[in-house]
Write a protein that binds this ligand. Structure first.
Ligand SMILES: Cc1cc2nc3c(=O)[nH]c(=O)nc-3n(C[C@H](O)[C@H](O)[C@H](O)COP(=O)(O)OP(=O)(O)OC[C@H]3O[C@@H](n4cnc5c(N)ncnc54)[C@H](O)[C@@H]3O)c2cc1C
Length: 518
């Protein structure tokens, strides 16, 4: 049989997993990576960045962390070492073309009209379609020499990440950044800087945002400037940033990431019994959430600083909104080296930032926008054809429409790995990479496009219900087992991965449970 060409864009953890699993299935993929090294977001982070999940949760299924990494939340350097060891162990580096930025990808073969009329994905429900010359043309720029080359692939896997690339910059009707005489930068630019301490030293720094990056940057600036030049963090929404992933010694996984906990939530495509159980148990889920909230409110001075979120802890778990608090954050708030200010909106003046009430100008030399990323635009912009751009991310009021979180039902011979979020992104990405590799290897075919769309609609309903206003994140964390069960059923392996009844129902599931699914 003719050897099919598989292209992968991106060599972050998702791209590496996709490469490794494609190799397992006998393919010889070409990985295009814009950067000069592997690791994606982990190559350019703040000095203080640590893993937010435990090493048990943030790992590849078939590579444990080395025994000498004993801390639960290792530094970004150790994460990079771990990622490199994965690439070395499975000999992945020789498949990667570094400094190769993919400028655009375009499908050649069937026309848009043909594709829209298909009942089966790619014409016949298989990875490589009907074999009628359908190929992806990938335009790649070599950033070292500046030349451009076009490659042809029979199947393309996009692993371009969503927490880097296109920064989310707030828009202003009036009094925008043009008025400000200081420096404005996005957290992305900040994470690429070499000497941030020098940059912020002695300066009035204002940070906009309330996600993990905003907290990390505020803590980093406060460590440099202390109380002599406090930094200000302006936030709109309060989130659950916690100091550890356990309550009274019990890991959060026992409340949210085992099979029993999944009975407490409605699941996409669930049957009658699951529906009844989830409905009957919803008060229990509420009670668990309240108990956990009480624990964190007692152990972190959230109330004192007016930082108790307006939403429940369970919602934070379902919508992937939980993050780790930088060490000593509220001590720095107490001593006055970080000032917290709530404001729904903000605007600029020549000297700094004006808050919603318009009364106060926060004097600033530097404004750092820790306002997140537009992963959806990054995904859309990689396609050259307008019809792909139009459909790939779906409409703005629904989650990105991906079957099994990786296949767009109308875009043939292409998979997207690493768009949906979970307990840890690496865990979810690797499961998807494994599933895509099985699909490439012919282990199963996709159902009809109509079935795929029905499944997507069920998952969208779930995301709207449990991810709320954050539905675009496509977070599947608290039903990750349900999701993995479906992937296992597709590839024909037993979804029950634990030994014994008690372990199966009560132990949290994690990446290691899926080791060896070749
Ligand atoms: C500071 C930080 C800390 C984080 N901490 C955690 C954590 O503790 N736990 C957790 O679960 N998640 C964490 N995340 C989320 C993180 O994004 C994922 O864990 C994971 O690393 C994402 O990997 P990825 O391969 O999907 O994407 P990325 O790491 O973004 O990799 C994408 C790769 O694709 C390349 N690429 C993109 N576009 C192109 C193109 N056009 N051409 C060629 N190459 C391209 C990029 O250069 C990059 O190397 C963190 C994110 C950040 C930013």
């Amino acid at each position: 049989m003719e050897r099919k060409r598989v292209g992968i864009v991106g060599a972050g953890v998702s791209g590496l997993a996709a490469c490794k699993h494609a190799l397992d299935k006998g393919f010889s993929p070409v990985v295009f990576e814009a950067d000069e090294s592997i690791g994606g977001v982990w190559t350019h982070t703040l000095e203080s960045t640590r893993l937010q999940a435990t090493t048990r949760a943030y790992r590849f299924s078939d590579l444990a962390w080395p025994a000498n990494v004993t801390e639960k939340y290792p530094s970004h350097c150790k994460v990079m070492d771990y990622i490199k060891s994965y690439a070395c162990k499975f000999d992945l580096l020789r498949y990667i073309r570094f400094n190769s930025q993919v400028l655009g990808v375009e499908y050649f073969g069937a026309t848009e009209e043909d594709i829209m009329s298909w009942e089966l994905w790619s014409g016949n429900g298989t990875a490589f379609g009907t074999g009628k010359d359908g190929v992806w043309r990938i335009t790649v720029k070599d950033s070292k020499v500046g030349s451009t080359e076009v490659f042809q692939m029979d199947f393309l896997i996009l692993c371009i990440g969503r927490h880097s690339g296109n920064p989310n910059i707030p828009g202003f009707k009036a009094n925008g950044p043009e008025l400000f005489r200081g420096k404005i930068l996005h957290s992305l630019d900040y994470s690429y800087m070499d000497n941030v301490a020098e940059f912020v030293k002695g300066k009035h720094v204002t940070i906009i945002g309330s996600g993990k990056s905003a907290f990390d940057i505020a803590a980093e600036v406060a460590r440099v400037n202390g109380t002599s030049q406090p930094c200000t963090m302006i936030y709109r929404t309060k989130h659950w940033l916690v100091h550890k992933a356990s309550v009274w010694g019990v890991e959060l996984g026992y409340f949210y990431l085992n099979r029993i906990s999944q009975l407490l939530v409605h699941k996409p495509g669930e049957g009658f019994l699951h529906y009844i159980l989830a409905t009957a148990f919803s008060p229990l889920r509420w009670a668990i959430s309240k108990v956990i909230e009480t624990y964190f409110k007692r152990n972190i001075p959230l109330q004192k600083h007016g930082m108790v979120p307006d939403y429940s802890f369970s919602y934070a778990m379902s919508a992937c909104l939980i993050a780790m608090l930088p060490e000593g954050f509220y001590d720095m708030v107490d001593e006055g080296s970080i000032i917290l200010k709530k404001s729904k909106t903000f605007s600029f003046c020549d000297k700094g930032i004006i808050l919603q009430d318009g009364n106060e100008c926060i004097k600033s030399d530097i404004v750092i926008l820790a306002t997140g990323f537009r992963g959806d635009l990054k995904l859309r912009d990689i396609f050259t054809a307008n019809w792909c751009k139009r459909i790939v991310t779906g409409s703005p009021d629904t989650a990105v429409p991906l079957y099994r979180e990786c296949i767009h039902p109308r875009i043939p011979q292409l998979a997207i790995v690493g768009y949906s979020e979970s307990l840890t992104d690496l865990y979810a990405s690797e499961r998807m990479a494994n599933w895509v590799a099985h699909f490439l290897g012919g282990s199963f075919q996709l159902p009809s496009i109509r079935c795929m769309e029905k499944s997507i609609a069920e998952w969208t309903k779930y995301k709207n219900r449990y991810n709320g206003e954050y539905y675009r994140r496509s977070c599947i964390s608290t039903i990750n087992i349900w999701f993995n069960d479906l992937l296992c059923q597709d590839i024909g392996c037993n979804p029950k991965r634990k030994n014994g009844f008690l372990a199966e129902w009560f132990q949290p599931y994690g990446p290691a449970d899926y080791a060896g699914l070749y």
